[in-house]
Design a protein around this ligand. Structure first.
Ligand code: ASP
Length: 403
């Protein structure tokens, strides 16, 4: 199925072959930004950003302008009708009648899928709460391919707030699909969610090793004295080809106290980087807070600013194929990898009234939505919300497992 007109909500929405063809197109754009100056002329992009953003919004807007298209933007929920209580469904139906493509960022998990269901133009997920950020993954994978030449066998440490870090969720799937190895290094309580680990294991037979700290990442004594870090060993930095660091996602914590308990608990210092492989990459989706020492910026292994810059050609490639300005050619040999799975809707029978129990799920807050669940093949009696992927066990009258 051609990519033109499709939505891009999850990393699973593109096949491996499509992704590689997109990267080849991004290569062409990065060689000559002017080459496609007029390819999206007459087309309009809307950026609806209901959470802060610098890179994602501005690189999408800049990408569209460089393709000859135009941009309208609603960069702040407070100045849009959302502040008056307008739903996502109504907002995108209206905006879709003005533009040809929508990029949405919203704090509710699953919100981008709702936007895609209601808009009659393609929708791109620019980040839906703590759930996914699939275009960040495109540029993350592109960075590794450009700088290391391959993904298969690449050893990647995902470091930081893996519970709330949407970029880490999408990236874990992207890496697994292309045969990279993953280690998850997260402070206690911020570990990679079970639904991500479960899928990595079920679909890709990948069981990432998990650690509470990378010894060299935790040089500071914890302020409260309560944090006990599990040291991975002094040589830890040298074990990885890519060290992908994320910030603690302050905005996702329920209280200031919970955030304070984990804030500033890890940092890549100049001393730690000395232990890294000479050809390692330190990546970060940015913004950084204090988890990357400014002293490492000048080290060629610090790839995060180059990584952010790759976002432009990658997003130019994505926009131009979704708008049908360029047709992707997927090579025959790349047609065998991962393909987007059919979404299955579970008939819940007597549980037809079941609601998703994730309080940050879009279905919990936008009341017109009908919850949709899918089976969880590896967990008997469990279902996954089709919007936010959160898994829950079906209730039983006796409190046990449903047979
Ligand atoms: N910019 C990334 C995101 O929007 C990473 C971050 O905010 O920490 O998810």
């Amino acid at each position: 199925m051609p990519l033109a007109g499709r939505d891009y909500i999850s990393i699973a929405d593109l096949s491996d072959g499509e992704m590689l063809a997109l990267f080849a197109l991004a290569d062409r754009f990065s060689r000559d930004m002017e080459a496609r100056r007029a390819s999206c002329q007459g087309k309009l992009l809307a950026t609806l950003f209901y959470e802060p953003s610098t890179r994602t919004r501005l690189s999408f807007e800049s990408a569209m302008l460089r393709l000859g298209g135009g941009v309208v933007s609603c960069p702040d929920a407070k100045t849009s009708s959302v502040a008056k209580g307008e739903t996502i469904a109504d907002t995108v139906r209206i905006v879709a009648s003005y533009v040809d493509l929508i990029v949405i960022r919203n704090p509710l998990e699953g919100s981008a899928r709702v936007a895609a269901e209601y808009a009659n133009v393609p929708v791109i997920n620019g980040g839906d709460g703590a759930h996914e950020h699939p275009t960040q993954t495109l540029l993350d994978l592109y960075t590794i391919l450009r700088e290391k030449g391959k993904l298969a066998g690449t050893r990647v440490a995902l470091v930081g707030d893996l519970k709330h870090g949407r970029t880490a969720h999408s990236l874990a799937f992207g890496l697994a699909r292309f045969g990279a190895q993953i280690a998850c290094i997260a402070p206690k309580g911020l570990e990679m969610p079970d639904h991500v680990l479960g899928k990595l294991s079920h679909y890709f037979a990948l069981k990432p090793e998990q650690y509470a700290s990378l010894a060299e990442l935790v040089p500071r004594p914890p302020a409260s004295g309560r944090r006990k870090q599990l040291a991975l060993g002094a040589e830890a930095m040298s074990l990885f080809d890519v060290i992908y660091v994320t910030r603690v996602q302050k905005e996702r914590f329920r209280s200031e106290a919970e955030f304070a308990a984990v804030a500033s608990s890890y940092q890549i210092t100049a001393e730690a980087l000395k232990k890294a492989r000479p050809d390692a990459l330190v990546m970060h989706p940015l913004p950084r807070v204090d988890e990357l020492d400014y002293r490492i910026d000048a080290d060629p292994r610090a790839a995060y600013f180059r990584q952010a810059a790759y976002g432009l050609p990658v997003r130019m490639a994505l926009i131009s194929v979704l708008l049908g300005a360029v047709r992707l050619r997927v090579s025959q040999k790349d047609k065998t990898g991962f393909r987007p799975p059919e979404r299955q809707e579970l008939d819940l029978g007597r549980y037809a009234d079941l609601r998703c129990d994730n309080p940050r799920c879009v279905t919990a807050l936008e009341s017109y939505l009908r919850p949709v669940f899918e089976p969880v093949p590896r967990r008997e009696g469990a279902v996954a919300c089709s919007y936010c992927d959160h898994e829950q066990t079906l209730p039983t009258s006796a409190g046990g497992r449903e047979q």
